[in-house]
Ligand binder design. Structure first.
Ligand code: F6R
Length: 241
């Protein structure tokens, strides 16, 4: 399904509504969450809806897609801190319900296996939220990633490192590796909602929706998902035929 909204705020609001509706219907639902600039208005809208009493905010379980290798959970640029700042803190989510992979684990392979097992033990992901990279990545599954991959360490594409630079201070090193759910992990979610906003995503959106199914655009695998929704604004939809 493809939903095109006039602007980014309304697209983000629609995604927050879908999540709030799921949590209202099933308070213990398992969410797969994403980070990045695109998700900030989604989380702000979700906090609003929780404030309006539209769902019991403290009852869901979540698993984030990814974390930078080498950053501990208190590093200001870590996704742990991002999630506490933008969602878990304001919602008052009790610790232990919100999971992220540990990018500072001494054995990253064991951490990846532990993370996959934790998702399975929670009963799997009911709704996976995704953004998309300008190169078509989902999570940090960069072009050429195996379409059946599981959680593992990935080297970030040069373009992704450059795109992420804006979140780091001048001169601060930008991580080059991430621990990320695999494409197979994402495809196992019962439902997937991908949000894309802004003109910088237009080519990736067109390749995902209209291009061939190919590891050179990892998001194109979502053509094969039984319940996938693309929510975008007009700018991100501009290259669709
Ligand atoms: C982050 C993630 C990435 C981002 C993508 C878009 O957890 O999984 O795939 O969704 O890089 O990032 P923004 O929204 O910053 O353009």
């Amino acid at each position: 399904k493809i939903l095109i909204h006039p602007d980014a705020a309304r697209a983000a609001g629609a995604v927050a509504d879908r999540i709030a509706d799921l949590l209202a219907a099933r308070p213990g639902a398992v969410l797969g969450l994403a980070t990045g600039g695109t998700m900030e208005p989604v989380y702000a809208a979700l906090i609003d809806r929780a404030g309006q009493g539209r769902f019991p905010a403290a009852r869901f379980t979540s698993f984030n897609l990814d974390e930078y290798v080498g950053l501990g959970p208190d590093h200001p640029q870590s996704y742990h801190v991002y999630m506490r700042r933008h969602l878990f803190g304001p919602l008052g989510l009790p610790p232990g319900q919100a999971h992220l992979p540990r990018g500072d684990a001494p054995d990253l392979e064991a951490e990846a296996a532990r993370y996959e097992a934790a998702i399975a033990a929670a009963g799997g992901i009911d709704l996976q939220l995704l953004g998309i990279g300008a190169n078509g990545h989902i999570g940090f599954n960069e072009p050429s990633s195996s379409l059946v991959s599981r959680t593992r360490v990935k080297t970030l594409a040069r373009k992704t490192v450059e795109d992420n630079r804006r979140f780091f201070g001048p001169g601060e090193p930008v991580p080059r590796h991430a621990l990320t759910m695999g494409i197979g992990t994402v495809m196992d979610a019962a439902e997937v909602v991908l949000l894309a906003t802004g003109a910088a995503k237009a080519q990736a959106v067109a390749a995902m929706v209209e291009g061939p199914l190919s590891a050179s655009c990892p998001a194109s695998i979502l053509q094969m998902h039984a319940k996938a929704t693309l929510v975008c604004d007009r700018a991100a939809a501009a290259a669709l035929r």
